[in-house]
Design a protein around this ligand. Structure first.
Ligand code: NAD
Ligand code: ZN
Length: 358
C-alpha cells in the first residue's frame, strides 16, 4: 500500500520479543455491527506498557504472543458507528467526544462479573483488553465495543484529550482502589507509595474528591514528592524518612496503597499501616512479593489488591474532571516519539503522565 493511502494509518505495535514498539502502517479498522470507530486524539503511556514489552515481566506473560497495537488509555471522537449501534446505543453519534475504556466485556454482558457490575474483572479473565492483546490506542484510529466508548461530559476545549486519556487508567485505577475497594472515609489517613502517573492522582483524589483528613505521599524522587504536594498531599517524603515522619506527626495510617509493587515498597506499606488497617497493592513492579504471616497477623491487617476500574466508575471520574475537582497533570508528545517517552519512563524522568498525540 502506498504511504499516503487514505485507508491506512500509523500504529505503534507490540511485536513478540521486540523491546520497543514497532511503527507499522496498517489498515484503518472497520467497525463491526456493535463497534464504533474512534479517531484517537490522545493516548496515554502507562508504566504497564514497560512491563508488556519486557520478556519475563508478569504483564508480558499476560499478553498473547501475537502482534497488536499498544495503548490502553485513550480519548477521541467517534468517526463511524457500526450498523447496530444506532439502535443498541442511541446515546452515541458520529463526532461525540469519548473516553476509551479499553476493555471488551463478554459478548452478552451476562457473565457473573459483568452481572455484578465488575466489568473490569470480566475483561481481566477473558484477556480482552485493547493495548494488552487487542489493538489499542497508539494509532490514528481504534475500533471499540460501543459500550466501551464513554461520553465525556465536557468539550475538548474544557477538558483536553490528554486529560481524558489519563482519566481512563491513571485516575480510574486509584479511584477504584480508594473508593470501591478500600472504602476510603474522610477521617482516614492515607499513604500513597509511588507518586508517578497513578500515585499523584491518588493523592489528588483522596484530598480533593474524597476529602481525606491526611494524605502522605512517598517516592524516591524529590520531583514526584513536589508533584504530590502540589496535588494536595499534607506530607511527601522519601522512603527513608517515612516512618520517622509518621512517628513525629503521630500519624496512624489507615490505608496504605502501593503504586510501585516491589518488595521494599510492600514492606514499607506494611510497616507504616496502623494495626487493623489496610495495605492495598496496585503496582506491578515485580511478579511476586512475600509477606511474613505472623507479622501480618500481629497487626490484624487487611491485605487488598485491585485491577483497573469499571465503565461506571470511568463515567464518575470523567464527571469529577469535568466539574474541575481534579486536574490531572499530563504532558503531550507526538506519538512518533513513543520509544523516547518509554525510555524516559524507564529512567524515572517522566513527571506524572505523558499522552501521545497521533
Ligand atoms: P510511574 O512510573 O508513572 O510511577 C511510579 C512511581 O514510583 C515513580 O514516581 C517512581 O519514582 C516511584 N518509585 C519507584 N520505585 C520506588 C520505590 N522503591 N519507593 C518509592 N517510590 C518508588 O508508574 P505508573 O504508570 O503510575 O504505574 C504504577 C504501577 O501500577 C506500575 O507497576 C503499573 O504497571 C501498575 N498499574 C497497575 C494497574 C492495576 O490495575 N493494578 C493499573 C495501571 C498500572
Ligand atoms: Zn495502565
Amino acid at each position: 500500500m502506498a504511504e499516503t493511502d487514505p485507508k491506512t494509518m500509523m500504529a505503534y505495535r507490540y511485536v513478540p520479543n521486540e523491546l520497543n514498539p514497532v511503527a507499522q502502517r496498517i489498515p484503518i479498522p472497520i467497525p463491526a455491527a456493535d463497534e464504533v470507530l474512534i479517531k484517537v486524539l490522545a493516548a496515554g503511556v502507562c508504566h504497564s506498557d514497560i512491563g508488556i514489552l519486557l520478556p519475563g515481566d508478569s504483564i508480558n506473560g499476560f499478553v498473547p504472543r501475537s502482534t497488536f497495537t499498544l495503548g490502553h488509555e485513550g480519548a477521541g471522537t467517534i468517526a463511524e458507528l457500526g450498523s447496530a449501534v444506532a439502535s443498541t446505543h442511541p446515546n452515541l453519534k458520529v463526532g461525540d467526544y469519548v473516553a476509551v475504556w479499553s476493555g471488551k466485556p463478554c459478548a452478552q454482558h451476562s457473565c457473573a462479573a459483568c452481572a455484578a457490575g465488575h466489568d473490569n474483572l470480566c475483561v481481566f479473565t477473558t484477556g480482552a483488553i485493547h493495548g494488552l492483546g487487542l489493538d489499542g490506542t497508539w494509532a490514528e484510529y481504534i475500533v471499540l465495543h460501543a459500550g466501551s466508548a464513554v461520553r465525556v461530559p465536557a468539550s475538548p476545549a474544557r477538558v483536553p484529550p490528554r486529560v481524558v486519556c489519563a482519566a481512563t487508567d491513571a485516575v480510574l485505577t486509584p479511584y477504584h482502589a480508594l473508593k470501591t475497594c478500600c472504602g476510603v472515609r474522610a477521617r482516614d489517613t492515607v499513604l500513597c507509595m509511588g507518586l508517578g502517573g497513578l500515585g499523584v492522582n491518588a493523592v489528588a483524589l483522596a484530598k480533593r474528591v474524597f476529602g481525606v483528613a491526611c494524605v502522605v505521599g512517598c517516592d524516591t524522587r524529590a520531583s514526584a514528592q513536589d508533584d504530590a504536594r502540589a496535588a494536595g498531599a499534607d506530607y511527601a517524603v522519601g522512603p527513608d524518612a517515612l516512618l520517622a515522619l509518621l512517628a513525629e506527626k503521630h500519624l496512624d495510617v489507615d490505608i496504605a496503597i502501593d503504586f510501585v509493587g516491589v518488595q521494599t515498597t510492600f514492606d514499607a506499606c506494611f510497616a507504616a499501616v496502623r494495626p487493623g488497617g489496610t495495605a492495598h497493592i496496585v503496582g506491578l513492579g515485580t511478579d511476586a512479593v512475600e509477606y511474613r504471616t505472623l507479622k501480618l497477623m500481629s497487626k490484624d491487617l487487611t491485605l487488598k489488591t485491585s485491577f483497573w476500574g469499571t465503565r461506571a466508575e470511568l463515567a464518575e471520574v470523567l464527571q469529577v474532571v469535568a466539574d474541575g475537582l481534579l486536574e490531572p497533570k499530563v504532558t503531550s508528545r507526538p506519538m512518533s516519539q513513543c520509544v523516547e517517552v518509554l525510555d524516559n519512563l524507564r529512567a524515572g524522568k517522566v513527571q506524572a503522565r505523558v499522552a501521545l498525540v497521533p
